[in-house]
Ligand binder design. Structure first.
Ligand code: AKG
Ligand code: FE2
Length: 258
């Protein structure tokens, strides 16, 4: 018997993009109706579910993540459906995804470059909804490789980004897509989203995987960068939602066991 759509595992090698180990981009991972369904649930929760940050708002599902693990709360069925699909189709998670952050970004909002915390299993799956944007991966400055003539005996780390042989790269995240990052992209790189309406496409490594992406933008005259001549800038005009789906291996059943 053939595996049903739900059980079918993706051949992930087909979806690896760029040269940084390892970025995986799966266009149209969810259908338009799955997207509509998710948005319906996301926007009908009580206002108190949203936590407002300085430059974005978010919903936290699955419980509270502490350094020592997760104080769990069951995911609602509408999120379990999507996390189950990610686990089944990628085969990258040793047990069920148990934590989801939903971030909402207005067109001029983003997220500072950061690394995800140590509590998580080092594979991150992010579903994008509504409108495209660019996510940037930059080498962690503390982990820069040193030239031998720069190294001193005490010096195991140097905070300096210049002359790094590891390259920045970016991914264009279309609505309904899934990205996964793991390995070095997880451990040695920061990821972030520029908090500006204009996103540079210059370092995007998956543009050929986004055939439906249209450059229909006009640019302010004061911008003279060669990026614009080459249509290398994307102007964000709409809100974007993401679901960051992760696994916390250590789960505390009881608060008092902390
Ligand atoms: O919204 C995104 O694509 C990134 C979210 C993220 O990095 C996070 O939740 O840690
Ligand atoms: Fe993150």
């Amino acid at each position: 018997m053939e595996a049903s759509e739900e059980e079918k595992q993706l051949d992930l090698d087909e979806f690896v993009v760029g040269s940084l180990p390892t970025l995986i981009y799966v266009p149209n991972f969810i259908s338009d109706s799955e997207q509509t369904d998710l948005l319906h649930h996301i926007y009908q929760v009580p206002a108190s579910r949203w936590k407002s940050l300085k430059n974005r708002r978010l919903q936290n599902w699955g419980g509270v993540v502490h350094e020592k693990g997760l104080l769990p709360q069951e995911l609602p069925p509408w999120l379990r459906k999507i996390t189950h699909k990610i686990c089944q189709q990628t085969g990258l998670f040793p047990s069920a995804i148990n934590h989801v952050l939903i971030n909402e970004y207005l067109p001029d909002q983003g997220m500072m470059p950061h690394q995800d915390g140590p509590a998580y299993f080092p594979v991150v799956a992010i579903i994008s909804l509504m409108s495209p944007l660019v996510i940037d991966f930059t080498p962690h400055p503390r982990l820069r490789k040193l030239n031998p003539d720069e190294t001193t005996t005490e010096e195991s780390e140097v905070i300096c980004e210049k002359n790094d042989d590891r390259k920045d790269c970016s991914l264009l995240l279309m609505p309904c897509s899934l990205i996964i990052f793991k390995d070095e992209a997880y451990s040695d790189y920061l990821h972030g989203i520029q908090d500006s309406q204009l996103h540079s496409l210059r370092k995007v490594v998956n543009i050929t995987r986004c055939p439906e992406f249209k450059q229909t933008n006009t640019f302010p005259e004061k911008m003279e960068s060669s990026d614009i001549e080459q249509s290398n800038v994307y102007r964000r005009t709409n809100t974007r939602i993401s679901l960051t789906c992760r696994l916390v291996l250590k789960v505390h059943k009881n608060l008092f066991k902390f």
